[in-house]
Write a protein that binds this ligand. Structure first.
Ligand code: JCF
Length: 685
């Protein structure tokens, strides 16, 4: 009897250790060793054994994350050591000033300034928490509160999968007590999903991921917290008894070994220039992260020196937050307008009260389509959350429903084209609404703007404004008319002198010799972007052959599916399009087979990276991220943001991020800049 019970107890302990290990692989290292099904089987076995032996259940068992009833209120917790805040550096100058002060104070304290080292970490825009572990077991968790006393959110923290209920054996000997500090946050995707769910349920929306994280953690019912996909980055310790750490970096490495999720991109640097460079790099990567960061935290690494430098009030002198401009803002949605695209799709867009977000003033944003507006429940007059990630177009994320007055107006897609008044059509199965009128002036204008644009015929000097004016004056009606424009006609236009007029006429004439793929793209056939255009040209050689091809033949082109094939086929069955082609040909635009350079490109020639997927990480010696991307793309390759089994190569520069770790785990070939250049050169000559 005793032996079976001993065996059960042993198996239970074994299962708990296994589950902790696999949680660690999954949540901290982002590199699971077993499948979800295998993990579930371990978990279920543990649950069943515990059910049969409830006396063996311990609070640190992985099965014990959620339980119990809602609390009447939060208890107060006094932190063992106060939770500090951080002084801000708003720009590079203030960052340099902070560094200079640290150097001065270090020297004054009698330290050798040559030993100064710093740790750089992203500043997570979430909610600071402190988790107390005694002998390696999680006991009490609290919010920051006023820095001295916070709220007891232990039960809620326990529901977050990345919060270790017990430290891993690798971190032994465990301190008698340690307060582990971290930032609880909601990933951006979870934030949008949560707001959509709340709208659908008639609940109020969260203004930003930070508020959503705070609202999710400060829940009296832990079951609500458990339903929110919160995560945590751990960044340090407070009170610690029974273990010593010489440096902050050592603390972070120990935390990681103990099972805490520590950001893999934390770096230790020495020079001021490396600090500045690191801050710039985080700023660049900001939009790729999947979670909000609002800056970079720079800390003096040596803990004894930290103590010597001390604090001013709550702000330690040994740390600083280099702050970024916020990427979300609130503003008023003044009006929803509808414009007509080149294929006739009606595009709603938002006119906004101008607001600064991510360092630029934004006064309009695309709203995609009617369904998107309805799902987000955006109304004219709403206060809205605006998000601008990196250099991406600003997005209206959600309305602030709490601020509604009742005067807000729901949006309805017009029944008639706002440009020509033709009744619109809804394509069954598509969210888009279209103006079916082939002569719609808005469609014509957009088609010509697309024709002259950079990726298409790239006619310098002919921008959107000029196209609009030429249309208004009746000087052009379609793209082919551009080729008949004269210097005299253009020179008559306001603000266009003889010189620029003749430059424009030249630029238009030069575009007659564009490669066929660009011309095909410039025609604006629905679903035919530059990549598809290249595939079609490679396969069919000339427009004439393509024009004669059946849907089946077109869809046999590698990479071209039936929808695209049908769209191409239909284009050549419309007499108006055939007329345009004839007029372009007449005007001297070269619609015949590929030019010599294209022949070369279509062969094994200048696209040595065709079909290959690349990921960039770290700083390359001579190429910027954009330059490397351009070179790879021009050679036919593709650059993506994250490493997966589909990645062919990872290009690694200095101070690479977690992408390198991931690539190594997946065994993906690594290239440095020199090797990348060799690959690129294979197509030349
Ligand atoms: O990620 C953060 N928000 C963050 C906040 C990171 C840190 O290393 C911090 C912090 C607040 C205070 N360090 C301190 C001392």
């Amino acid at each position: 009897m005793a032996t079976t019970d001993d065996a059960v107890a042993a198996r239970i302990e074994e299962l708990r250790a296994l589950i902790r290990h696999h949680d660690y692989r999954y949540y901290v290292l982002d590199s699971p060793e077993i499948s979800d099904a295998e993990y579930d089987a371990l978990f279920r076995e543990l649950e069943e054994l515990e059910q049969a032996h409830p006396e063996l259940i311990t609070p640190d068992s992985p099965t014990q994350r959620v339980g119990g009833e809602p609390l009447p209120g939060f208890a107060q917790v006094r932190h063992g050591e106060p939770m500090l805040s951080l002084a801000n550096a708003k720009n590079e100058e203030e960052l340099r000033a902070w560094h200079a002060r640290v150097v001065r104070l270090t020297a004054e304290a009698g330290w050798d300034t040559r030993d100064l080292r710093f740790v750089l970490e992203p500043k997570i825009d979430g909610l600071a928490v402190s988790l107390r572990y005694e002998e390696g077991r999680f006991t009490v968790g609290a919010t920051r509160g006023n820095g001295e006393i916070g709220e007891d959110v232990t039960l809620n923290l326990r529901t977050i999968p990345v919060v270790p209920l017990a430290m891993l054996p690798a971190a032994a000997p465990f301190p008698r007590v340690v307060e582990v500090r971290g930032e609880v946050y909601l990933p951006l995707e979870a934030f949008s999903r949560l707001n959509e769910q709340r709208l659908a349920a008639g609940e109020s929306t969260f203004a930003n991921p930070r508020n959503a994280a705070a609202g999710s953690l400060r829940q009296l019912d832990p079951r609500v917290t458990a339903s929110r996909p919160l995560s945590v980055w751990f960044y340090g310790i407070g009170l610690v008894e029974g273990r010593q750490f010489a440096t902050h970096y050592e603390v972070l490495e120990w935390l990681r070994a103990a099972g805490f999720r520590v950001n893999p991109d934390v770096r230790r640097v020495e020079s001021l220039e490396a600090i500045v460079e690191g801050c710039r790099r985080w700023q660049e990567r900001r939009s790729e992260l999947g979670y909000d960061i609002d800056g970079v935290v720079v800390k003096v690494d040596d803990r004894a020196l930290q103590a010597a430098l001390g604090a001013v009030g709550r702000d330690p002198r040994w740390a600083v937050a280099y702050k970024f401009a916020p990427t979300t803002a609130q503003t008023r949605l003044l009006k929803i307008h509808v414009s007509v695209g080149r294929t006739g799709v009606l595009n709603p867009w938002a006119e906004l009260e101008p607001v600064e977000v991510g360092g630029v003033t934004v006064e309009r944003a695309t709203l995609h389509n009617e369904e998107d507006i309805r799902r987000k429940d955006l109304r004219e007059g709403d206060m809205v959350i605006l998000q601008r990630a990196g250099d991406v177009i600003p997005q209206v994320v959600a309305p602030l429903t709490d601020l509604r007055t009742g005067a807000e107006k729901p949006f309805h897609m017009p029944d008639h084209c706002p440009s020509c008044g033709t009744p619109v059509v809804r394509v069954p199965g598509e969210v888009a609404v279209r103006c079916p009128n082939p002569d719609c002036p808005a469609k014509r204008a957009e088609a010509i703007k697309h024709f002259v644009s950079k990726g298409a015929m790239d006619i310098e000097g002919v921008g959107e404004k000029l196209v609009e004016r030429l249309l208004e004056l009746g000087l052009i009606r379609d793209a082919a008319d551009l080729y008949r424009l004269t210097v005299e006609q253009l020179a008559h236009l306001e603000r266009l002198g003889e010189k620029s007029a003749s430059n424009i006429v030249n630029a238009i004439a030069q575009s007659k010799k564009r490669p066929l793929a660009r011309i095909l793209f410039a025609l604006g056939i629905p679903h035919v972007g530059i990549e598809n255009a290249e595939l079609l040209v490679r396969r069919f050689g000339s427009l004439e052959t393509l024009q004669k091809a059946s849907v089946e033949e077109i869809s046999q082109t590698p990479g071209i599916g039936p929808v695209i094939a049908q769209s191409v086929y239909d284009y050549f069955r419309d007499q108006r399009n055939l007329d345009l082609l004839a007029r372009l040909r007449e005007a001297g635009v070269d619609l015949e087979g590929p030019k010599e350079e294209e022949e070369a490109a279509a062969g094994a020639g200048t696209r040595p990276l065709a079909g290959k997927t690349f990921v960039l990480t770290g700083t390359l010696p001579t190429l910027t991220r954009q330059e490397a991307t351009d070179l790879i793309t021009a050679a036919g390759g593709r650059v993506t943001g994250s490493v997966s089994a589909k990645t062919d190569y990872v290009v690694v520069g200095e101070e690479p991020g977690s992408k390198l770790t991931r690539a190594e785990e997946l065994g993906i070939p690594l290239l440095n800049e020199a090797r990348l250049r060799e690959l690129l050169a294979q197509g030349e000559g």
